[in-house]
Design a protein around this ligand. Structure first.
Ligand code: NAG
Ligand code: NAG
Ligand code: NAG
Ligand code: NAG
Ligand code: NAG
Ligand code: NAG
Ligand code: NAG
Ligand code: NAG
Length: 420
């Protein structure tokens, strides 16, 4: 408790400075006054920096809204509504919890300090309403191993957020674990922004994340995984894509992830895994794949996957996987299906898509027939139009005439007189 947590009393500084000033002015070199002034303030005695510098933010102190423990090398600034990263982080910090604040923007070099925070290894920035993370935001943190940016509405993640701010120089990142769960973008911003593309660009940039071992992207409503993103992360051991909206993995290559140990794909929208994906997963030496709670479609396209499931040891809890569609197959266990169960019934539209295509063709045909009929009757229609126009003209003229009669006061008088 003592030491790290205490903010040095300002009065002690002032006294020390005054004492030094007095020493210089009077030219006394006294061996007794220095220890006495140092003993009046225990925290400033351990400071390497000269107290005469007069800066309020001295290294080794704890930033005002935070709690620090030098013994645990931990600084916690939790739920304090901070709008920027504290400037005076102590140099011993290894674990920094900066969570539940209102940072909004993380500029380049947000953690660059002099001397650098060389020991900072775990940085938790979850729940900070972060919208923007700029290029080089984590620069000058040579020991950073784990970064948690979850629970932030990240609409503007720079492609160079995890590499250097200088795009022309590929700076390898020391990161081993990157946690990007629940990047809760407002629905309006999702409309014209691809979270998939933005995250992929940041993971790709400059091959900076070659050393990454764990990547978490759970609960992000991801619709697809950009095809080449994993190729840039060859060191990956753990990939968590739980609770997204992935429909298929056809365009994703796992081939180079030879170290992959766990692949979490629970709670997605997967319908079937195709031959290519099955072969790639089977070729990874250490992998465990988690596939629960996906809406598997048990039609003729499922045959290969069912055959693979019966053989493979890669899928964890493979006996739990059940069909969601079509209706007659619902809740059937995938492992217990025979290929005779798996057919594509031509009478039932296998998906909504084909029925829409069919509807489109029918509508187009009706439209074409209608135009043809119009074309064949073009003379009749012309005549008909003329007739209508003439009828209208006659009618309008009659109306006009009557209106003029009514509008003419003399004629009105005439008619009223004649009534009398
Ligand atoms: C943070 O802001 C909220 C709302 O403005 C307020 O209720 C809360 O007390 C503030 N917390 C601190 C630590 O200032
Ligand atoms: C970061 O902090 C949040 C909120 O306290 C916590 O839920 C999460 O587990 C932390 N992340 C890591 C990697 O410890
Ligand atoms: C980026 O790095 C290159 C090569 O080291 C250097 O020439 C250039 O000035 C740097 N640019 C910036 C903006 O620092
Ligand atoms: C997204 O759309 C809004 C308006 O709906 C617009 O103001 C904004 O500039 C668009 N953003 C991008 C990145 O296109
Ligand atoms: C799944 O993700 C959604 C947001 O995409 C979130 O609201 C929901 O709580 C998540 N569910 C679980 C079990 O994490
Ligand atoms: C896999 O890695 C090798 C080299 O390690 C590389 O040449 C190849 O392009 C990578 N494959 C993919 C699909 O990225
Ligand atoms: C998938 O692979 C199996 C054997 O490896 C083969 O019999 C089957 O025809 C393949 N399926 C497709 C759709 O290519
Ligand atoms: C699948 O076929 C095997 C023999 O080919 C049969 O014994 C088994 O009952 C069948 N299972 C189902 C669910 O039809």
């Amino acid at each position: 408790m003592p030491g790290g947590c205490s903010r040095g009393p300002a009065a002690g500084d002032g006294r020390l400075r005054l004492a030094r000033l007095a020493l210089v002015l009077l030219g006394w070199v006294s061996s007794t006054s220095l220890p006495s002034s140092a003993s009046s303030s225990t925290s400033s005695a351990s400071l390497p920096a000269p107290a005469a510098s007069g800066q309020p933010a001295l290294p080794g102190r704890c930033p005002a809204p935070c709690e620090c423990s030098e013994a645990a090398r931990t600084v916690k600034c939790v739920n304090r509504n901070l709008t920027e990263v504290p400037a005076d982080l102590p140099p011993y910090v290894r674990n920094l919890f900066l969570t539940g604040n209102q940072l909004a923007v993380l500029p380049a070099g947000a953690f660059a300090r002099r001397p650098p925070l060389a020991d900072l290894a775990a940085l938790n920035l979850s729940g900070n309403r972060l919208k923007e993370v700029d290029a080089g935001a984590f620069e000058h943190l040579p020991g950073l191993r784990q970064l948690d940016l979850s629970h932030n509405p990240l609409a503007d993640l720079s492609p160079f957020a995890f590499s250097g701010s200088n795009a022309s120089v590929a700076t390898p990142s020391p990161l081993a674990e990157l946690i990007l769960n629940r990047l809760e973008l407002p629905a309006a911003e999702r409309q014209n922004l691809s979270l998939e593309g933005m995250v992929a660009a940041a993971l790709r940039a400059g091959h900076a994340l070659r050393g990454l071992r764990r990547l978490e992207l759970a609960s992000n409503q991801l619709l697809y995984l950009p095809h080449d993103v994993l190729a840039h992360l060859p060191g990956l051991r753990h990939l968590d894509l739980r609770n997204n909206s992935l429909v298929g993995l056809t365009h994703v290559s796992f081939r180079n992830l030879t170290h992959l140990e766990s692949l979490h794909l629970e709670d997605n929208a997967l319908k079937v895994l195709r031959n290519g994906t099955l072969a790639e997963l089977q070729s990874l030496p250490h992998v465990r794949v988690f596939l629960d709670d996906n809406p598997w479609v048990c039609d003729c396209h499922m045959v290969d996957m069912v055959a693979w499931l019966k053989e493979t040891e890669v899928v964890q809890g493979k006996g739990r996987l059940t069909c969601a569609f079509p209706e007659k197959m619902r809740h059937r266990v995938l492992l217990e299906l025979n290929s005779s169960d798996l057919d594509c019934d031509p009478m039932l539209p296998p998906s909504l898509q084909t029925s829409y295509v069919f509807l489109g063709i029918v509508l187009a045909l009706i439209g074409a027939i209608f135009l043809l009929v119009l074309y064949l009757n073009r003379k009749g229609i012309k005549k008909w139009m003329h007739n209508i126009r003439d009828a209208c003209r006659d009618h309008m003229e009659g109306y006009h005439y009557r209106y003029e009669i009514n509008a003419d006061p003399r004629l009105t008088n005439l008619s009223s007189n004649s009534d009398v």
